[in-house]
Design a protein around this ligand. Structure first.
Ligand SMILES: [Zn+2]
Length: 153
């Protein structure tokens, strides 16, 4: 990651807050994901009156990229804060961290941006130290118990 790339995705995340659909929480979040292909995939939070269908900015960006065939990423920037208020260093929620775990390595950079030049940098492994991944499913694979195959006539 170059400093220019970091500034670009941080600035893009801040700008994406304008697209946020947050009529209930009035908490606007934007995200910008740098794909392995060098393309930036953006997202915003999209709320719903039924609440459960609400989607975060980070997942919007990741799902957009995956639906375009890109599943490897260089970094993500996130910008969030209350409508009309100061931007905070807005961390990704647990669900978004888990979605990152699916596609990103432990050293995946996550920038919490207040502007293009004001950000805090983390890595996925520090925000989700024991994430659940495909490796966990593999470790639980076992042979079918023998007793399930008996009793048929
Ligand atoms: Zn989230």
């Amino acid at each position: 990651m170059t400093e220019d790339e970091i500034r670009e995705i941080c600035g893009s995340a801040v700008k994406m807050r304008e697209r946020s659909y947050a009529p209930y929480s009035h908490f606007r979040v934007g995200a910008a994901l740098l794909g392995e292909d060098g393309k930036i995939y953006t997202g915003c939070n999209i709320e719903n009156a039924a609440f459960t269908p609400t989607n975060c900015a980070e997942r919007t960006a990741i799902f957009k990229a995956v639906s375009e065939g890109v599943t490897k990423f260089q970094a993500i920037a996130i910008a969030g804060g209350p409508e009309g208020g100061e931007l905070s260093y807005c961390p990704p929620c647990g669900v978004c961290r888990q979605v990152m775990e699916e596609f990103c390595p432990k050293d995946f950079p996550i920038y919490l941006a207040r502007s293009g030049t004001d950000y805090r940098a983390y890595i996925l492994g520090s925000l989700l130290p024991e994430g659940f991944g495909g490796k966990n499913l593999k470790s639980w694979e076992r042979e079918e118990p023998e007793e399930l195959g008996t009793g048929r006539t």
